[in-house]
Design a protein around this ligand. Structure first.
Ligand SMILES: [Zn+2]
Length: 271
């Protein structure tokens, strides 16, 4: 599933190809995504210029002259920049045709992705309005993490993956951040010390930064905007490394199941 780094990598990949370009049309070959692509959308956006390509949580925002496209990659979606006229393949559902001779193609085998358009301030859109802070927001710091962990007995890893408290920390990055912060995934959130909360806030940002620089993590069906797989996988410390030696202390990495997701940790490095 594309997580925050993959979406940010996609944003960076497509940005130079879409900025300042005018939308010729939108070809919707399969409108039945997670939500139906609104009818008449092509007519609404044709002729508008792409002013900005931004991201909020896992939504890509293409800000046009008079409105904003909100694109979500869902479980298996990808956006790629291709030459106009490139034949469509299986699961290629939407093409945004630009005046540059290129198009932005949305492929999504499982169709959990979505495409919305709003002429209002996108931050007030129902899909975005109630999202928690991003790990890179100034609000998200040691204090914030400290506050949200108080009186919460839920496991710290589950808390990190709760998008009502923080967005964009999926399973891979929660495991990796906890390793870097030297905290075991099953620890009760409220048991974190002030110092651990500080280490963890830093670790989350560090892990996501490294992943974005590496172009995301390649897992099954994720492909970056230019079709290249991400290279973060080679930098993982614990994720899917059960039984393999810890990269720091050589102790075998352990795997456990938490809330139907796998967690990985080093029993020596993490307390
Ligand atoms: Zn270790």
């Amino acid at each position: 599933m594309p997580e925050l780094p993959e979406v940010e990598t996609t944003r960076r990949g497509i940005e130079p190809h879409v900025l300042g370009r005018t939308v010729v049309t939108l070809e919707v070959h399969e409108p039945r995504l997670r939500w139906r692509v609104p009818e008449g959308l092509a007519a609404q956006i044709a002729g508008q210029r792409v002013e900005r390509a931004s991201r909020r949580a896992k939504y890509l925002l293409l800000e046009l002259t008079h409105g904003t496209l909100l694109w979500h990659l869902g479980m298996s979606g990808s956006l790629r920049v291709l030459r106009a006229g490139t034949p469509r393949g299986l699961h290629d559902h939407v093409d945004l045709i630009l005046d540059s001779g290129f198009l932005l193609r949305f492929n999504d085998p499982r169709r959990f992705g979505s495409l919305h358009y709003t002429t209002e301030d996108p931050s007030g859109h129902p899909l975005l309005a109630r999202l928690a802070p991003e790990p890179f927001d100034s609000q998200f710091d040691a204090d914030y993490l400290w506050r949200i962990t108080r009186r919460r007995r839920v496991a710290i890893k589950a808390l990190l993956m709760n998008s009502r408290l923080v967005v964009g920390v999926g399973n891979i990055y929660a495991n990796e951040a906890l390793f870097r912060a030297r905290v075991r995934p099953r620890r009760a959130a409220s048991s974190l010390t002030r110092l651990e909360a500080q280490r963890l806030a830093r670790a989350i940002r560090a892990v996501l930064t490294v992943a974005i620089r590496a172009g995301g993590t390649t897992l099954r069906d994720y492909v970056g905007a230019d079709g290249n797989p991400g290279y973060f996988r080679q930098k993982l410390y614990v994720y899917e490394r059960d039984g393999e030696p810890c990269r720091l202390c050589r102790t075998p990495v352990r795997a456990i199941t938490q809330g139907q997701r796998s967690s990985y940790y080093c029993p020596a490095c993490q307390k």
